[in-house]
Design a binder for this molecule. Sequence first.
Ligand SMILES: NC(=O)C1=CN([C@@H]2O[C@H](COP(=O)(O)OP(=O)(O)OC[C@H]3O[C@@H](n4cnc5c(N)ncnc54)[C@H](OP(=O)(O)O)[C@@H]3O)[C@@H](O)[C@H]2O)C=CC1
Ligand SMILES: O=C(CO)COP(=O)(O)O
Length: 334
Amino acid sequence: MKNATPIRIAMIGGGSWATALVKILSENNVTIRWWLRNEVDAAHIKRFNRNKSYLSDVQINPRKVKVTTKIREAIRDADYVILAVPAAFVSDALLGLTPAHFTGKLVVSAIKGMIPNINQLVTDWVEAKFAVPKDHISCIAGPCHAEEVALEKQSYLTIASTGAACAEAVSALLTCRFVKASPINDLYGVEYCAVMKNIIALACGITHGLGYGDNFQAVLVSNATQEIRRFVDTLFPVARDLSQSAYLGDLLVTCYSPFSRNRTFGNLIGRGYTIQSAQMEMNMIAEGYYAVRSIYAINEPHQVPMPIVSAVYRILYEGASPGAEMNALKREMR
Ligand SMILES: NC(=O)C1=CN([C@@H]2O[C@H](COP(=O)(O)OP(=O)(O)OC[C@H]3O[C@@H](n4cnc5c(N)ncnc54)[C@H](OP(=O)(O)O)[C@@H]3O)[C@@H](O)[C@H]2O)C=CC1
Ligand SMILES: O=C(CO)COP(=O)(O)O
């Protein structure tokens, strides 16, 4: 980017994805106020220019990045506010902020989850809670694990927004030596698919943990693409090509990559861990755990056939046996 004046970013979140996004953005002409809730991690970054808890190999550029644990300080003067905490915690992270704090800012959701209990997409929640115009809100999608960004592996992102200018601007911000970001206007389709793929990856992990092989998983993922299509086409019927990387690519990388938090979580469940012990074993958040409850509830009035989502829901929230649920799916799939 060749702007003389750096673009001012507020990065909200101290986990793996926030750290990876800080690395990507720092390749461009930006300044970043980076909010973390954790004082110890913030102090460590200030001192050593590394996030000791997540992607600790990533070198933070202190000329561009200033860390803070004060949310108002982070977003003051920002042109863009990027939300990169798990959906369940975004409300806590933004506690005390009002619509006035967001006036004139573009808000970017890097979150692939839903606000629990109210079962809302993050971009809808931002619009309703902070009165940000919809065409000033975007979401970051695409197959992109933070761990590969840390290694500067070539990656692709898709920026979805109903505002074409907003999607273009955020794509430019996130394009760098090793990332290409492209705009798209199917905000709801992209956001719902990003949520759904986490649930499917969790299912893949469960089957892996139970001892099923690649043959079964390929059929599971194929059936999942049909399930996702039925769901998004029922809720938001617009012309969309679900084979694009924002949809299919993200489903594939999450289902197959050993970096996936959702797959890893599912794998532990398939191996017999309780939910609590699986959560303790992982130091990271699997969004699919929360999302499956929201998607299940959203689907109630629609009754779209979603056997995989339903199986994961029963396993995680109704104490159903992973083995029995996958046995039932085994008979249903083709
Ligand atoms: N990781 C990835 O490759 C990608 C992630 N995403 C999405 O990015 C979002 C963030 O995920 P990710 O960075 O991976 O998450 P991580 O599991 O790496 O980090 C979790 C973050 O949430 C914070 N947190 C945990 N509990 C709370 C709480 N009660 N209140 C406030 N904050 C809390 C943690 O803070 P602390 O360390 O202080 O506990 C930490 O900053 C998710 O929606 C995910 O789907 C999207 C694309 C890629
Ligand atoms: O969305 C992701 C990759 O595109 C990250 O998925 P996980 O949260 O399962 O690691």
